[in-house]
Write a protein that binds this ligand. Structure first.
Ligand code: A3P
Length: 304
């Protein structure tokens, strides 16, 4: 079944919030764990490009930038389908009969651009065997946690987040879907010099979008003229992506993603965490970050 047609005919009664279970010590939605063998056996191809992130670190933004770069900065070509179809999340299992992310990926012509939120040790081995290029984007833990909290609220397939205090406790303990933010950002950071991995930061993208887009272009060996670069900067500005139905997830049924609860394109800023964290919570997060990232050389900015 085609993804978009399936989404449009989805029975709202078939939608239930998931729960997480552990797979090799990492929490995931149960549907993913039940199908883990299929994900692990995924056959990457040498010309696959993977965009990998902890959920809510700026994946969609990076996807749209990459798609624009791959299509000469032509917004019409990037409007061919919603972003989740142009660049599928390989480990996504939606209610049946909707196709899985694997099925969408397998039906794509090469060269494919794919998306994953897996921690590095759980990435299907074929990506390493094929030496695929990977773009990793990390976002500071405080803003990432806030964004993920609101995403849990609006995405009716995600586990119930509870209130902010309960949710933050689970975030700090890695007891949320896709596991510990700390293990995620650190694992990918430590691997970045051993593989073709471009490691980017959401905060840098906010501060200097043109510079970071150029880094991506260089990594992908795409030459871009200044006019195209400017076009991509404009097209991928938060306000423009928020208004773009092919990028803002408004093509998903509201029974699945309820933008009235919290829009997918919510704030798109650095520092919104200040509206959510108490002083004690902020200090606790600083302590956990310092402990978990110690010795890694990994540093995050929480304001610009
Ligand atoms: P907020 O919830 O803080 O607003 P992902 O794509 O990984 O799910 O991440 C979603 C987060 O990235 C949301 O953060 C969303 O608003 C933000 N985002 C999406 N597009 C963006 C853009 N063009 N510029 C800045 N932030 C963007």
């Amino acid at each position: 079944m085609a993804l978009q047609a399936g989404l449009e005919s989805l029975d709202p009664l078939s939608i239930e919030r998931s729960k997480t279970v552990e797979l090799e010590g990492v929490h995931f939605p149960i549907e993913l764990v039940e199908n883990w063998g299929l994900v692990w056996d995924f056959k990457a191809q040498p010309d696959d490009l993977l965009i990998c992130t902890y959920p809510k670190a700026g994946t969609t933004w990076t996807q749209e930038i990459v798609d624009m770069l791959q299509h000469g900065g032509d917004p019409k070509k990037c409007a061919r389908a919603p972003i989740y179809q142009r660049i599928p999340l390989i480990e996504l299992f939606l209610p049946k009969p909707l196709p899985s992310g694997l099925e969408v990926a397998e039906a794509m012509p090469s060269p494919r651009t794919l998306k994953s939120h897996l921690q590095i040790q759980l990435l299907p081995p074929s990506f390493w065997e094929q030496n695929c290029k990977i773009i990793y984007v990390a976002r500071n833990a405080k803003d990432n946690a806030v964004s993920y909290f609101h995403f849990h609220r609006m995405n009716k397939l995600m586990p119930e987040p509870g209130n902010w205090d309960q949710y933050l406790e689970n975030f700090l303990n890695g007891k949320i879907a896709w596991g510990s933010w700390f293990d995620h950002v650190r694992g990918w950071w430590e691997a970045k010099d051993r593989h073709p991995i471009l490691y980017l930061f959401y905060e840098d993208m906010k501060e200097d979008p043109a510079g970071e887009i150029q880094k991506i272009a260089q990594f992908l060996e795409i030459d871009i003229q200044e006019a195209v670069l400017n076009q991509i900067v404009q097209h991928t500005k938060f306000e423009n992506m928020k208004a773009n139905p092919m990028a803002n997830y408004s093509t998903m049924p509201p029974s699945l993603l309820d933008h009235a609860v919290s829009p997918f394109m919510r704030k798109g800023t650095v520092g919104d965490w200040k509206e959510h964290f108490t002083v004690a919570q902020s200090e606790q997060m600083d302590d956990v970050c310092a402990r978990e990232l110690e010795g890694s050389g990994l540093f995050f900015r929480t304001e610009l």
